[in-house]
Design a binder for this molecule. Structure first.
Ligand SMILES: *Cc1c(COP(=O)(O)O)cnc(C)c1O
Length: 536
């Protein structure tokens, strides 16, 4: 029997604890514990199923009319979905910022769902609200290092917020720039502020044509979404230092001044602490000076790199972050918390009142409801995961994790440099690096470098795809314009060392696998032929 009766009795059972614990549900739990115990030995993907094949399993647009037994449905999930998911826990999965999580998060996740708290208001969250405020305070402390008096004054104050917890770096960036926009185009005599009057009236009231935002072209794509959403417009996204990986403060200053001279004003300069593609850190301290001189907001997107602050050894790389008006952090990256844990932190605890919103049935004036200054409404208690991680790992635990990731990235970079057939493209500042396959014979060729690079691009792309399809390991790829190749755009492998369980031996094996794939590929022979190099 696979279909249940659509009876109230059945539905009631679905909402309550089953009398006999469902056997298929136990299998799901078993799968999860196996997943945690043997993921070290498993590949990135279990089966080499194509996406087209998988789509056939998810091809029916009709609503299921009759209820199913949970056991029937769970079976379906295990066979169709779970077997074809990606093993992000694999130590050979080194292409993205998503990685293995500490095992205790599985139990905490159950607790979170079991309690189903809603952080939008205290009436549905109670202790979770002060907990979230404390977490924001701890992270604020990590970045801005204020004294105890500062935190005791602001941590639980209804008029202040040290930050906003949200689902991720994207919403954190949008929130930061939303606050910046409303603070910039604030109410003044004769003008009710942009949040009431809208952008057109605001530009008129402030006598400006446009508001612009400066970042490097390595800035995250969420900044583009933010300026679009906030009405600033993507045309007013000004990219500085297009030829290098980090912002040049002098160039930012000149660009900002020229833009202001055309009757515009600047919303913000965004410095990145750990770019998504290469892990570079902008010169934050100098950018803070520039923002001051231009009279604009300074936002630091530290979604990936912010956790570097836990490390006394590497904290200095982010010098100047404490001068930012707002900082984005993603706990679901280098803090090893499940996805859905981003935050924006504000230097000025009063600034979030620029977006404060009240409603009669919730978020009443003077309440400590977190929903009055967050972009999102209903939100779960993810802050608990950050809170628990901070306790279980501690600052010194995080420090170790950060230090060993950066050390390993450096070892891998040395390995690539020492290998005759690979070329390091960007060395790691944090635990990210890029490289490509470039056989020694080709490196020794003095042919047309543009033509060679085009062929190497194709080969790099082909290797990356083959490696992903084989499913043993995963490295991502991107395209970067590179100075030493006269800013030609190159296709490169991108590696993020995030999983603490990735060893140097794993890294060596990944490199060898790539060399093998390359040498067996028709494009490799073509490359050697076209460049008239002799195969030895
Ligand atoms: C990951 C990342 C983001 C976006 O964060 P999400 O959590 O994916 O929304 C923004 N900026 C940087 C620098 C990032 O690394």
């Amino acid at each position: 029997m696979s279909n249940a009766e659509a009876s109230l009795e059945h539905l009631f059972r679905v909402f309550t604890m089953p009398e006999h614990h469902d056997s298929t549900l136990s299998r799901i739990e078993q799968h999860l514990s196996d997943n945690l115990s043997d993921f070290l030995s498993r590949h990135v993907v279990a089966k080499q199923t194509s996406l087209e094949e998988i789509e056939q399993d998810f091809n029916d647009p009709h609503l299921p009319v009759q209820p199913e037994f949970v056991s029937t449905h769970a079976e379906h999930l295990l066979t169709k979905l779970v077997t074809n998911s990606v093993n992000t826990y694999a130590p050979t999965f080194i292409g993205h910022m998503t990685s293995a999580l500490p095992y205790f998060h599985l139990s905490l996740a159950k607790l979170l769902v079991g309690l189903n708290q809603n952080l939008v208001k205290i009436e549905t969250s109670k202790a979770f609200t002060p907990l979230e405020r404390q977490v924001l305070g701890m992270m604020h402390n990590l970045v801005f290092q204020q004294d105890d008096a500062f935190y005791s004054q602001h941590l639980h104050s209804a008029q202040h917020s040290l930050g906003a917890f949200c689902s991720g770096g994207t919403v954190a960036n949008v929130t930061a720039l939303w606050v910046a926009r409303n603070a910039k185009l604030a109410a003044k005599p004769g003008f009710k502020g942009v949040s009431h009057a809208g952008l057109a009236s605001a530009y008129q009231a402030y006598g400006i044509n446009n508001l612009g935002l400066i970042s490097s072209k390595r800035g995250h794509y969420s900044l583009g979404k933010a300026v679009d959403l906030l009405g600033i417009g993507r045309n007013n996204m000004l990219y500085a230092s297009v030829d290098s990986h980090t912002l040049d403060p002098a160039e930012v200053l000149a660009l900002g001044k020229a833009y202001q001279a055309q009757g515009n004003d600047l919303l913000a300069i965004v410095g990145v602490a750990g770019t998504t593609e290469t892990g570079h850190v902008d010169p934050l301290d100098e950018l803070a000076d520039v923002a001051q001189e231009l009279g604009c907001w300074f936002h630091v997107d530290a979604a990936w790199g912010g956790a570097t602050l836990f490390s006394d050894t590497h904290r200095g790389l982010l010098k100047g972050i404490e001068r930012a008006d707002s900082v984005t952090l993603d706990a679901h990256k280098q803090m090893y918390v499940p996805m859905g844990a981003g935050m924006t932190l504000f230097k000025d605890p009063a600034i979030s009142s620029a977006v404060r919103h009240h409603a009669q049935y919730i978020l009443r004036k003077g309440s400590k409801d977190l929903g009055s200054t967050t972009l999102e409404g209903s939100r779960n208690g993810m802050a608990m995961m950050v809170y628990s991680s901070l306790h279980v790992l501690g600052k010194s635990g995080y420090e170790l994790l950060i230090d060993q990731s950066i050390d390993k990235a450096k070892v891998f970079a040395d390995m690539i440099t020492a290998h005759p057939d690979f070329e390091l493209i960007t060395a790691p500042t944090l635990s990210l690096l890029t490289y490509r396959y470039n056989p020694a014979v080709i490196q020794a060729c003095s042919g047309d470098s543009e033509a060679i690079n085009e062929q190497l691009d194709k080969l790099t792309k082909a290797i990356q795809k083959k490696q992903r399809e084989a499913g043993k390991s995963f490295v991502s790829r991107t395209r970067l314009s590179i100075n030493r190749y006269e800013n030609q755009c190159l296709t490169v492998f991108r590696v993020v060392i995030a999983n603490p369980l990735t060893t140097v031996a794993h890294l060596a094996a990944i490199l060898e696998e790539q060399a093998e794939i390359a040498q067996a590929h028709p494009l490799y022979v073509e490359l050697l032929k076209a460049q008239e190099c002799i195969i030895v």
